[in-house]
Design a protein around this ligand. Structure first.
Ligand code: ARG
Length: 657
């Protein structure tokens, strides 16, 4: 049972007649911050009293008089300025535990109104090596799918790969001019990645040469403005002085930004000019950027040779992606990339024009959305369709063919405007009944607070990141096993398997435990720490609970079947039971908000709660048989909740580590 929802429903009934909108005041029931006062707390009396001009404690009393919760709570108390505190009855809580023991779903009820949800995530641009940025979408998207499925919704996961973009023009150009045939035969993906990087590097080089003079001018201008402001005569007016200091700081930031751009351009140029081969290639391919764009245009126009190359590249690219998904244990129901929607684009634009949703402006077909300066361009001046057009065609397909009523896009926050325009356009186009949501996330940063890069400045490849995590995890697993009191327990094969589970789990958890909108700093030490809010801590906690059963020679399934009684004799037993009873409410919240960190936070608290319980309450050596059984049952429930919770995050557990 979702306790929070139940209490809110009871409050809503009690508040009916007190206000026009009882539901929103009932929403103010929350889990208590300070558990000394109770398990849940409502502050609605304060806001409502302000509205009505009565004293909050008096109103709180009136609400409490009408509140019918005696079946699950002790008599509510009113505290301080009008907080209503609720404490669940011990017998009720014990009843809840008793139910959980026999419930595979651990109290989570399937959604009353199941939705048909398409989750668009991972969606990398293929043929470029996947990097850490793709990790966030993949890991968050996978967890969101698992949580929504468990909550009872019909979920279709769709990897909307970028398989039709400009990178293919670059690859085709590279293939036609720079191919190392032998390397390609040995491993197509490696060679394609090299070609992509080479073409990119050469076009960046020419672009930097072209832009460098402008950049120098802009830097000089920024410096002049800064220096002029800095040397203005002093003023006595305090406010004016503050304003000036502020603008001086801003100007300094601008100077630093241009300095960085100049330095980056210098570096790009130097990298090519210091290398004999690269320099001569650059000289021979001055038009490489334009020529690559032309190759893309030819591909899109159906040129047979380019299409054949595209078809030749794709299987290898997809296979490389699949290796990563397999290691991450991420599966998709559909992989319908941008290329799939190409046949529909002309019709989409025609339809938008016909319905006068799109109009031609400066030769481009655009949708104008009030409140947005930039239009949503569905056909460019040169006749090319866009990312936007494809996304519109995709929406139509998902509604008409997949019968989706909800679409979630797990995509980088920097695409926020694209999605706002997309959703508005789709609503105008008739899909106003669909619940569209951009499940947005921030950037993974390095120690320097800049987007995560390797020392050499490349973006970090995903494959090597996973490898490194497993190597680091192995050291932890080895040390832990070697240090065991009764001697090491694991052989090399077991250690390797655990290291894989710990290494992958750590990377996933580090991402999932963040508020997804925030940027976060990538740190090996933090994510693999054995104590603290990490997968490693949780996985070891789980194994520790399983260890109790191993040590006591207890069969967990038989224990459950024996239907022993749960006693909540001590505060730490009660606190653990309350925590376990809240699983359903947490899963519901994580599902409603698409926030895996709600779940990680809960699991961390649960593991801590178990720790406290285990410190205070002997389990195998409990004083009475009844108490031993009760504690074993609590331990078993803890293990099940942690395992299920981690599973919803896509993180594996191992019983012996
Ligand atoms: N391929 C895009 C990128 O790497 C992300 C696609 C997200 N999904 C979508 N339907 N637009 O930026």
């Amino acid at each position: 049972m979702n306790i929070l929802n139940e209490l809110r429903t009871r409050f809503q009934a009690a508040l009916a007649g007190f206000c026009d909108d009882p539901a929103s005041f009932a929403w103010m029931v929350k889990p208590a911050q300070d558990t000394r006062f109770g398990d849940y707390q409502a502050n609605c009396a304060m806001s409502l009293a302000r509205q009505k001009g009565v004293k909050p404690p008096e109103l709180a009393k009136q609400i409490v008089d009408r509140l019918e919760v005696s079946d699950l709570c002790e008599a509510p108390t009113i505290a301080g300025p009008g907080f209503i505190n609720l404490r669940l009855r011990n017998d009720w809580l014990r009843g809840q535990m008793q139910q959980l023991i026999g419930d595979e779903r651990l109290g989570v009820l399937p959604a009353a109104q199941p939705r048909r949800i398409v989750v668009d995530y991972s969606s990398p641009n293929v043929a470029k090596p996947m990097h850490v940025g793709h990790l966030r979408s993949s890991v968050i998207g996978d967890a969101v799918c698992r949580i929504l499925r468990f909550a009872g919704h019909a979920v279709t996961s769709d990897n909307h790969i970028g398989d039709w973009g400009t990178q293919f023009g670059m690859l085709i150009y590279g293939y036609k001019h720079f191919l190392d045939r032998e390397a390609y035969d040995r491993g197509a993906v490696g060679e394609l990645a090299r070609l992509y990087r080479l073409v990119n590097q050469l076009s960046d080089y020419h672009d930097s040469i072209k832009r460098l003079p402008e950049l120098h001018d802009a830097l000089a201008a920024a410096r002049t403005t800064h220096d002029e402001t800095a040397t203005l005569p002093a003023v006595s007016d305090k406010a004016l002085d503050e304003t000036r200091k502020k603008s001086l700081r801003k100007l300094a930031v601008r100077v630093a930004e241009f300095e960085q751009l100049v330095a980056a351009a210098d570096q790009t140029i130097a990298a090519v000019e210091s290398d004999e081969t690269l320099r001569s290639l650059a000289g021979a391919h001055r038009q490489i950027a334009v020529a690559s764009r032309e190759e893309t245009a030819k591909l899109h126009a159906g040129d047979a040779a380019n299409l054949a190359l595209w078809q030749q590249f794709m299987p290898a690219c997809l296979a490389a992606m699949q290796t990563i998904y397999d290691r991450l244990n991420i599966k998709f129901d559909l992989v319908l990339g941008e290329s799939f929607y190409q046949p529909f684009l002309a019709e989409v634009v025609a339809n938008l024009e016909q319905q006068q949703i799109a109009t031609t402006s400066n030769g481009a077909v655009c949708v104008f959305i009030p409140g947005f300066e930039a239009p949503f361009i569905v056909k460019k001046t040169d006749g090319a369709y866009t990312y936007a057009t494809t996304d519109l065609a995709t929406i139509r397909y998902r509604v008409e063919t997949l019968s989706a009523d909800t679409m979630l896009y797990v995509v980088d926050a920097r695409q926020g405007d694209h999605f706002k325009l997309l959703f508005e356009t789709a609503r105008k186009w008739g899909y106003d009944g669909v619940d569209f949501r951009h499940i947005s996330f921030g950037t993974v940063l390095g120690d320097d607070n800049r987007p995560f890069k390797t020392r050499s400045g490349d973006t970090v490849g995903l494959e090597s990141l996973l490898d490194e995590s497993i190597v680091r995890a192995r050291a932890i697993v080895d040390a832990n096993d070697d240090r065991k009191a009764g001697g090491a327990e694991l052989d090399a094969g077991e250690r390797a398997k655990i290291a894989e589970t710990v290494g992958i789990g750590a990377i996933k958890y580090a991402d999932l435990c963040q508020n997804r909108e925030s940027d976060y700093v990538f740190s090996w030490d933090k994510m693999l720490a054995k104590t603290g809010d990490t997968a490693t801590y949780m996985q070891y906690a789980f194994a520790r609970v399983c260890g109790i059963f191993r040590k006591g020679g207890i069969d967990r399934a038989a224990l459950r079947q024996a239907r022993g009684e749960i006693e909540l004799a001590t505060p730490s037993e009660r606190a653990l039971a309350l925590q376990l009873a809240r699983f359903s409410e947490v899963v519901d919240q994580a599902a409603a908000e698409c926030r895996p960190n709600v779940l990680t936070h809960y699991l961390f608290e649960t593991a801590n709660s178990f720790s406290t319980f285990f410190e205070h309450c002997p389990v195998l050596k409990a004083e009475t048989d009844a108490s031993r059984t009760s504690r074993l049952l609590l331990a078993d429930l803890t293990a099940r909740v942690v395992k299920q919770g981690l599973e919803l995050l896509g993180i594996r557990t191992i019983e012996q580590m």
